[in-house]
Ligand binder design. Structure first.
Ligand code: SF4
Length: 233
């Protein structure tokens, strides 16, 4: 499978020439493919995840399975407790349902700020984003320069189809989040993710109560919905 060897070669090149490199894993199916490529090749690429404090138990359970299967530690980044407490006291724990601004503020505290810490001092950021996941992701490049964090951003699976991801997972018996078997096609925080129905795009279950198109949290896109980066290839 040439896409697989392309992804493996890219990861090996990034580890060799652009370290320190990190995989930001949400433990999605795509991120599990990347973790498997990194783990089986024993590449010196750190895997980290953002434990927002609102994830499903099924998602968190996967951390131990990665560590056991590949013998590598997944580094956890958590939001600053004071910022979380202030949000809860001022607005309420689930205030993200009330407005886009409050949703973005919650994502800012629980995801964007910890991500910034996780990427500090790194030269390459690897993600599991694919073009087909949503219209907003339709033109992501395999290699980009991320201007916000000022580092290389690699999307080794950008041109993979959903079927190819699941073929890989099935072929190598890679562990995956059991929520996918319940109709989820993109998995984030528990209160902000629902299963999707036939015909919806993969990220339609994220922040589903907001107007169509608001399916990003600010990690990959700016508040106005634009991806801040330059294509390298
Ligand atoms: S996805 Fe929902 S719970 Fe998670 S950080 Fe964003 S608004 Fe908060």
């Amino acid at each position: 499978m040439s896409r697989e060897s392309d992804a493996r070669d890219l990861l090996a090149r990034v580890a060799r020439d652009h370290g320190p490199a990190v995989l930001a894993s949400s433990l999605s199916a795509e991120d599990m493919v990347l973790a498997d490529l990194i783990g089986r090749e024993r590449l010196p690429i750190e895997i980290f995840m953002l434990d927002t404090g609102r994830l499903h138990g099924d998602t968190l359970d996967l951390v131990g399975r990665i560590e056991q299967r590949y013998g590598i530690a997944v580094r956890m980044y958590r939001p600053r407790p004071q910022a979380v407490n202030e949000y809860i006291v001022r607005f309420g724990r689930d205030a993200f349902y009330e407005s886009v601004d409050l949703r973005k503020e919650c994502c800012g505290i629980r995801k964007v700020e910890p991500l910034k810490r996780a990427l500090t001092g790194k030269r390459a950021w690897i993600t599991g984003m694919r073009r087909e996941q949503s219209a907003l992701r339709g033109d992501i490049a395999i290699e980009e320069f991320d201007q916000t964090h000022e580092l290389m951003k690699l999307n080794p699976l950008a041109d993979w189809s959903e079927t190819e991801v699941w073929d890989y997972i099935g072929g190598y018996e890679v562990p995956y989040n059991p929520l996918y078997d319940q109709g989820y096609r993109s998995i984030g925080c528990a209160p902000c993710t629902r299963p999707v129905v036939a015909g919806e795009d993969a990220r339609a279950g994220r922040w589903w109560w907001e107007e169509q198109g608001a399916s990003e949290c600010g990690i990959h896109f700016s508040p106005d919905g634009k991806l801040i980066r330059e294509k390298v290839l």
